[in-house]
Design a protein around this ligand. Sequence first.
Ligand code: GLY
Length: 380
Amino acid sequence: MTSKTQWVNEIYEKMEQKLYAECARMGEKIPYWTVGGVYKEDYAKKDIYWWTNGFWSGILWQLYHATKNELYLETARKNEDLLDQALHGFIGLHHDTGFMWLHSAVADYRLTGSEEAKVRGLNAASVLAGRYNPNGKFIRAWNPECVEEGEDCTGWIIVDSMMNIPLLYWAGQITGDPRFQQIAVNHADTVASYLVREDGSCGHIACINPDTGELEHILGGQGYSETSSWSRGQSWILYGFALSYRHTKNKKYLDIAKKTSHYFISNIALTGYIPLCDFRQPASAAYTDTSAGLCAACGLLEIAEHVDECEKNLYRTYAELILKHTAETCCDWNPDTDGIVQNCKVAFHNDRREQTDLIYADYFLTEAVLRLLGKDFLIW
Ligand code: GLY
């Protein structure tokens, strides 16, 4: 180990110790966030369709890959079985099937070659592809029960979707059927046209006429407003387009990933490498979102894999700065409590919790650490 990676290794040791302890105490539970430092709620029982229900499996598969400890595999498999209730129930399924099954069944298939897992992944990909609107060339977001009463989301797209379409790239590779990739790239192009702004910032929701495909208006969604810049949305965009570049080699996508990452970097440099919840929130609001920082760190490391040697340092350095500052100032490393990354925020206007831990922040922490140590595998 070089002195350059010594500090990452120290984070890895603490992280793996805590995640192992969580895994041993939780059994089959699917966690989302803690209550008093404990994963009390089991999302397999509370809401099997909940969009974050794959991230715990993603952590477990990453750790299984890194350590070969069978407890991680066995626990991930139990979660994968539980998710069948959602796959078979169907009605509550949404655009986040990528987050749910890339991290569970597809990860299983990639690491073990399980045929059962492959079929689950292909079913999930078919659900996602089935949400495609050919006139508008987009994958619709959410379902009526996910939005406010009176709102019609039939024509809505959101930036988060960029992290789900890798499920389609995977299904296209597995089946040899080009339709999966056609849907993914058409959707990515629509997101690029309607939600990525010239300055590298982005909107959250574009409302499109579902019959004509014309853009009607933009909504602020989980950010402060329709003209602001929700930091987790920014991280979905920068990592999502970097992944679309990985899978298609279309340079336009890498350029978008780079542009949006430069915008992200210049914003976090103002706040000690911990992102605000919205880069354009009012000065009176002090909300941060560490999940956005860690997701972006993984995206920056992804970009670093696709640029020339002389450019790599920029992306890697900022990924390391985010990880270092988050690990030093915003993490709970006590193995007796649940949840590592603190100071996340679900949405700017979400008043249920001011700041909290969130399972996907712990996933992106895990991925960033393992990427820096060369021990990760590509889940996307
Ligand atoms: N995909 C929903 C979120 O980022 O909160």
